[in-house]
Every structure is written in structure tokens, then in C-alpha cells.
Design a protein around this ligand. Structure first.
Ligand SMILES: Cc1ncc(COP(=O)(O)O)c(C=O)c1O
Length: 398
């Protein structure tokens, strides 16, 4: 009977197009002993405020246990939305009311729902190229096409964007990660941010600003968010990199029409975000723990970024290029003429992992780059892993 059902089973065209994320697959290999993984985008567990969370959890359970273990409102815990609205105003000059915010199960859920509410299958949106692999998966799951726009060291190239808009004049939105972009580590300059808003406003195109790393700034000036310059921007934030990804809590700040649509979509996806996580996050923000924790995370990550760059300088052939991010979690390494997809098998044998650059292009057409995470590995492993990669580059010399 079940064999018969299996034989007859037909899946949707959209699910036939879905591919497992390169990173999820990599995490499986990453658990093998002796492997040094620069692959996953994992925060360093040292950055998790274990003692504070334990204290907050006990306290919240005693104080609010009956509400904390109950279903919550779809838009999220009101006091958390109030705390975030205040914080975003103070830190980022984002002028939004609590009613402009909806909590989500990480930004990932927001990305999925934004794809659903904005685009019909087959319609297109504009992204940076490269872009976050999870966005590619989330949009692909709704049959949304992505048109990638080339970047340089100042972010998305505006002449390239104008060119793409000639060919694709009606994108449903433009999606960008202006701060310490995943995967490239690049920060969009203020000039580019202004130009992007100008181009989008002229044409009436919605802008999505994904900002998981903005608070993790090690160097360089603070650059205003797109959202602070134009309140019509839809802004995505998350607790994953400043508290814990396991708590699965993110949020969207947007105009009311967008938040209402997301609310309805979320009722279909998961009803509401975890109240347990929301109560913890609210206390974490309101009691000032977040402001104490972020500088510690920055110190830890800055030192790891410096060590990885120093190791590149010591162990990579001179024709290997890399970005020098002012924050975030990733370095982007490029060697002209290399094929990092082909190199990957040998890298696994050498017990060092990276994410192939092609994973970050909607059309997978760049093979010269790789993404390295500098936040997760121990200092010893950063040096050893870069040595192994250096040998691999030497071996695959062109
Ligand atoms: C650019 C970007 N957006 C969204 C996410 C998703 O984060 P989360 O779902 O943990 O909030 C990530 C995670 O790495 C990311 O790098």
C-alpha cells in the first residue's frame, strides 16, 4: 500500500526546484573529528550570555510563566515590540511605532513570508550578487526569480542596478544587506545607500534592508541604515547574532500595510513566534544586558578577524584576494581563475571547510570565490585552517 503511494506520489514543481542549502549539507560533514570548518555562519558559543539567560529564564518563568508558556499574539509580545521600537529609535534613528513591528521565527521566516506576500511565482526581485544563501532558498521556495546585481567594495553598483532595471523594470522589491554583508563582508557606502533610495523612490520599488550584523561593528564609521533615511523601507532585524540563534527570534519593521500582510501570512505559517523566546529577549533588551554583551562579542570577533587576515597574509599565495570587513562574521576570498567548487572535494580531504562562492549567486555563475566564517573557530584552528587552505591554493596553482 505505502509502496504504491510512494510510486504514485508527485511533488509540486516548486519543490522539484528546491535544493538543500549548501551550508546545511556542510554542517553534517563539519561534525567529523579534526575538521576545521569556516563554513557555517555560526556565532561563537563564547558569545552566548549563559548566566544572564539562566537568570532571566528563571525570573520570567516565576513572574510570567503562565503567559510565557501560552500561545502569543501573531505580531509578537507587545512589551518586546515596545522595547525594540525604543531601541531602534535610540540606536539607529529608526522612527517606528511598536505597531510597525512583527516578531518572526528568525529573519529566515521573515524572508520566506516577504517572498510570499510580494511576488507571485515567476515574478522577479533584485538582490546583490552575491547574496545571502538563505534568501535564495526562501525566495526559490515560492518560485520567485532573483536578478543579481554586481557589487564592488562600496556595495551594490548603481550603474549595474540601472542597467538591470532597463531589462527588468518592475521588480517586486530590491533586497540588500548593507552592513558587513553575508557573504562578502562588504559595507554599502553612504553615497550608494542614498542613490539606491533615489532609484527605488523614482520607480516606486520597495526596498528590503536585511541587517543582522549592523550591531557588530569593529571598525569604520557608523553608517545610517536605509530605514532611518526612508521610513518606507522594510527592515529586518534578528537576535541571532547579538543573543543566540537558538532562540529563533527576528523581527520586521515596516509600514503598516506590509506588517498586516505579514501578520496574515504568519497565521498560516506558524500562528505566532515562541513566547518563551520573546519573554527572554524582552528582559535581555530592557534590563540593559544587550548593551553589555555586544561590546564583548565585538572584541572577540575583531580579534578573530584580525588573526584570520594575518594568517592569509602569512600563508596564502599572493594572488589570492580577500575583503577586510569592518564587522559581521565573514570574509570573502577570491582567486582569479580558481574553481572553488572543484577545490572543495580536496578541501574536505584536507579537513578544512568553506562555502563555495557559487552558493551565493541565484544563478550559481561565480566559481572563483569562497566564504570563510571567522567567528566560530578557535584561534589555533583559524591559523591551522588557513595554512591548510594555503596549501590547497598552492596545489591547485593555475
Ligand atoms: C543576511 C542574513 N539574513 C538572515 C539571516 C537569518 O538569520 P536568523 O533566521 O537566524 O535570524 C542570516 C543568517 O545568517 C543572514 O546572514
Amino acid at each position: 500500500m505505502s509502496m504504491n503511494a510512494q510510486a504514485k506520489r508527485q511533488f509540486s514543481a516548486i519543490s522539484n526546484e528546491m535544493k538543500p542549502s549548501a551550508i546545511r549539507m556542510l554542517l553534517k560533514v563539519a561534525n567529523q573529528p579534526d575538521i576545521i570548518s569556516f563554513g557555517g555562519g555560526l556565532p561563537n558559543p563564547e558569545s552566548f550570555p549563559l548566566d544572564e539567560i539562566k537568570r532571566i529564564f528563571d525570573e520570567q518563568l516565576s513572574k510570567n510563566g503562565k503567559k510565557m508558556l501560552q500561545y502569543g499574539a501573531t505580531e509578537g509580545l507587545d512589551s518586546l515590540n515596545v522595547a525594540l521600537s525604543k531601541r531602534l529609535r535610540e540606536k539607529e534613528d529608526i522612527k517606528s511605532e511598536p505597531s510597525n513591528i512583527i516578531q518572526t521565527a528568525g529573519s529566515q521566516e521573515a524572508l520566506y513570508m516577504l517572498g510570499k506576500i510580494f511576488a507571485n511565482p515567476g515574478e522577479y526581485v533584485i538582490t546583490e550578487a552575491p547574496t545571502y544563501v538563505g534568501t535564495i532558498s526562501a525566495l526559490r521556495a515560492s518560485g520567485v526569480r532573483m536578478i543579481g546585481v554586481e557589487m564592488d567594495h562600496y556595495g551594490m553598483k548603481m550603474d549595474a542596478l540601472r542597467d538591470k532595471l532597463k531589462k527588468y523594470p518592475n521588480p517586486k522589491f530590491i533586497y540588500v544587506i548593507p552592513n558587513y554583508q553575508n557573504p562578502s563582508g562588504i559595507t554599502m557606502s553612504l553615497e550608494r545607500r542614498k542613490e539606491l533610495l533615489e532609484i527605488a523612490n523614482e520607480r516606486g520599488i520597495t526596498v528590503l534592508e536585511d541587517d543582522p550584523y549592523g550591531a557588530l561593528r569593529f571598525a569604520g564609521p557608523h553608517i545610517p541604515t536605509l530605514k532611518s533615511m526612508d521610513n518606507d523601507v522594510v527592515y529586518l532585524g534578528t537576535f541571532s547574532k547579538v543573543l543566540s540563534p537558538g532562540i529563533r527570534l527576528g523581527y520586521v519593521v515596516g509600514p503598516h500595510d506590509v506588517i498586516e500582510r505579514l501578520n496574515i501570512a504568519k497565521q498560516a505559517v506558524d500562528l505566532a513566534t515562541s513566547s518563551v523566546s520573546e519573554y527572554i529577549a524582552e528582559a535581555y533588551v530592557s534590563a540593559g544586558f544587550m548593551d553589555k554583551q555586544i561590546p564583548k562579542i565585538i572584541d572577540l570577533y575583531r580579534q578573530k578577524r584580525d588573526l584570520m587576515i594575518e594568517s592569509f597574509e602569512n600563508y596564502f599565495p599572493k594572488d589570492v584576494e580577500f575583503t577586510r570587513p569592518n564587522g559581521g562574521m565573514f570574509l570573502w576570498v577570491t582567486r582569479k581563475g580558481a574553481d572553488t567548487d572543484k577545490m572543495f572535494e580536496e578541501a574536505v580531504k584536507q579537513k578544512v571547510l568553506y562555502v563555495v562562492g557559487s552558493a551565493f549567486y541565484p544563478d550559481g555563475d561565480n566559481h572563483e570565490s569562497m566564504r570563510l566564517n571567522f567567528t566560530f573557530s578557535s584561534n589555533e584552528n583559524i591559523v591551522e585552517g588557513v595554512k591548510r587552505l594555503g596549501r590547497l591554493f598552492e596545489k591547485t596553482a593555475k
